[in-house]
Ligand binder design. Sequence first.
Ligand code: B12
Length: 229
Amino acid sequence: MILARFGAQCSAGGLDLCQALRVDWYNNVVDEPLQLPTFGVPNRLAAIVGNTSALWRPLLSSLRVNPELMSSSNPVEDYCVELISSAAAATGTATEIRWAHSVGRGMVAIQRLAQLAGLAFLSPAHLSVHATYGPWIALRAVAVFDVAAPNMKAPRMVSPCDRCDEGCKRVFDQVSQKQYAGWRDWLAVRDACPHGREHRYCEDQIIYHYKKDPRTLRTSANKDDFERR
Ligand code: B12
């Protein structure tokens, strides 16, 4: 019930991936600094939240009506924080959230967590690959709820990479060794994965996510507005 409501609210804002897990599945395999809070009880219920290309339109709509968000130095992160925090608050349950964008204290190994939850498999190119969307997903946060996880079985993910010979690892290694790897190099790593190609982000979404230039976002929001009229 908690997760259905939480997931639906996140999804309405474009964060359309939400997968339940038990906190101890993750805490048992990572070192202490990366561990999640437990409210003093190891088997708390948690949910990992992410998105596919579905984030783009709701994000642009929100940017158009919210000048503060538009002028933020990290609009996507701010948007996710606002949406996930209010979805968590609406559950009426005490919640602790760890953000994928945090580095240092409070950091979470979100790709490993995604695999343990059964959401996406960690590929040899260090990208999380979803069964339907391939690597065209982002991982945003994990919310820990102060309730006992129901009787859940840890999923065993089948690797989509085992019988794949498309060479993402080769591309990844080449790019990693370059002295000056540019965003198109990193994009080539993602494009090397054959899974979910039909769910590739649109050009504007790709350009923003790889270049992180707020001007791209402004142009996209205005263009999108124009196209809708
Ligand atoms: C720091 C970071 C980076 C660093 C990596 C440095 C490093 N040596 O780890 C840099 C800046 C290079 C980077 C690049 C990119 N990143 Co990054 N990154 C992160 C971040 C914030 C933390 C990673 C980390 O240190 N985890 C903690 C350690 C303890 O976890 P770990 O399981 O032990 O280690 C993992 C990573 O360290 C990574 N890794 C290890 N060594 C290397 C070396 C390189 C060169 C890269 C790229 C990754 C990498 O793989 C490990 C798992 O296999 C995560 C979010 C998160 N919280 O995890 C996003 C994240 C992993 N990145 C992401 C993305 C999209 C990218 C880029 C495509 C970004 C871009 N737009 O250019 C590129 C290219 C990635 C690729 N594989 O092609 C996404 C992945 C989504 C997906 N579908 O898998 C994440 C999950 C963020 C998100 N919001 O979704 N990233």
